[in-house]
Design a protein around this ligand. Structure first.
Ligand code: SAH
Length: 397
């Protein structure tokens, strides 16, 4: 096995179990590891630190194990089994009213570079590193071993996430399908609400599982209210609002495909279509043209405005503008659920952008709750960068 030897003093973060080795920390690489190979990482004094996937780039090694014993052939089976155990412990796997969850959340589950979402027996995998991409067959086998007969399919959807490298065949497709299973979508249950998830056509793995708890919070406050769901995707928040007794829900997204799925989800839920209206439109233009006081509850859940640090300043300005429009328009005594999923925008910076937005409007605004990501999107305590979703529940007078 090839070795990565660090510069003196650069082993500190690994000794604190941080799962990345940056290229600048490396003194020497012995042999000629191919990208995605497992390498051993050693301190300058020769002492063993960890094993991980090697890759050319700013993150040179993604750590898989800090244990000096070599990785076992059943490594993925063990790690995925542990991830499933954590979902079972919090009552997500085996729940009567929920059959979809994130099974593997990268660093949060000590599997950097790997995302697996579970939709009622179908696992959708996204590799974000060459190592995980190359390991996808082993990962599919591990899923079969862990889930047994419950597993219906494993779909690899890495073409948009794995780094493009020569020799990698970035074509999405099934790694496994149980006999007789030939669907590309299924209807899942989330807190008793039904949603159609299409993993081949949808965004990311097909559904945004990270908003489960926050959708429930919206459901609890929607009774008797008129609701606007901005950046609705397939209508997650809209369905909870309808189920929670909203008078009417308007859903807005710029994706035609997403809006078609919202309509399907309203129908699947058996809701009176007169209680819901779909708008395929730019959400920012839409909210600016909303009459004052039309909505008592608004959800603002845009895509990540900042995908990297360089975009931070513009992103914060965009969050401020968008939130100012929502806060200005919501009815007196209304609620605004506002979110940011940009990893580089921390909770404090986001709160500051929303504070500036409120100040622009001059309205009285209370923060009633601070929201985040659910238990299946857990953050590795040694990798705080894994916390990406933050939200504020505002009460606007
Ligand atoms: N709230 C959703 C997830 C939102 S993801 C849920 O609970 O599932 C962000 C969404 O914003 C995507 O569906 C994307 O199509 C949409 N989007 C991106 N830019 C937009 C814009 N300018 N106007 C409206 N929608 C936009």
């Amino acid at each position: 096995m090839d070795k990565v030897i660090l510069r003196p003093g650069r082993e500190e973060s690994l000794r604190r179990f941080h799962p990345w080795v940056f290229s600048g920390a490396i003194a020497q690489v012995t042999g000629r590891p191919a990208e995605g190979d497992v390498v051993g990482v050693f301190a300058a004094d020769g002492s063993f630190l960890a094993y991980g996937h090697y890759q050319i780039g700013s993150i040179a090694v993604r750590i898989l194990s800090f244990d000096e014993d070599p990785l076992r052939p059943d490594f993925f089976e063990i790690m995925i089994g542990r991830a499933l155990q954590a979902r079972t412990a919090v009552g997500l796997d085996g729940a009567a009213d929920t059959n979809c969850y994130r099974l593997v959340h990268g660093e949060g589950d000590n599997l950097p570079g790997l995302i697996i979402d579970y939709y009622d027996g179908v696992c959708v995998l996204q590799a974000h590193s060459v190592g995980m991409f190359r390991a996808k067959k082993q990962i599919a086998d591990a899923l079969r071993a862990v889930y047994g007969d419950r597993l219906k399919a494993v779909y690899d959807k890495s073409s948009g996430t794995a780094p493009f490298k020569a020799g990698l065949d970035l074509v999405d497709g099934y790694l496994y399908r149980a006999e007789g299973f030939d669907a590309d979508e299924c209807i899942v249950l989330e807190n008793g609400n039904r949603f159609c998830v299409n993993w081949t056509e949808g965004q990311k793995t097909g559904f945004f599982l990270d908003q489960r708890d926050n959708r429930a919070a919206v459901g609890r406050l929607s009774g008797g209210r008129t609701v606007l769901n901005l950046f609705c995707y397939t209508g997650g928040f809209s369905i909870y609002a309808l189920a929670g007794g909203a008078i009417h829900v308007d859903s807005v997204d710029s994706s035609r495909k997403a809006m078609d799925m919202v309509d399907r989800n309203v129908a699947i839920g058996g809701f009176d279509p007169a209680r819901h209206t779909s708008y395929c439109a730019d959400a920012i233009d839409f909210v600016k043209n909303v009459p004052d006081g039309k909505y008592d509850l608004m959800i603002v859940d845009p895509p990540a405005f900042a995908k990297h640090r360089g975009a931070l300043k513009n992103a914060l300005r965009a969050y401020q503008r968008l939130n100012a429009a929502a806060i200005e328009k919501v009815a007196p005594g209304g609620f605004v659920f506002t979110f940011s999923c940009s990893q580089v925008v921390d909770a404090e910076a986001f709160a500051l952008a929303v504070f500036s937005a409120a100040a622009e409007t001059g309205r009285s605004v209370r923060i009633l709750d601070r929201m985040g990501q659910p238990a299946d999107h857990a953050v590795n305590i040694y990798h705080p960068e894994g916390a990406y979703l933050k939200g504020l529940l505002l009460y606007v007078e």
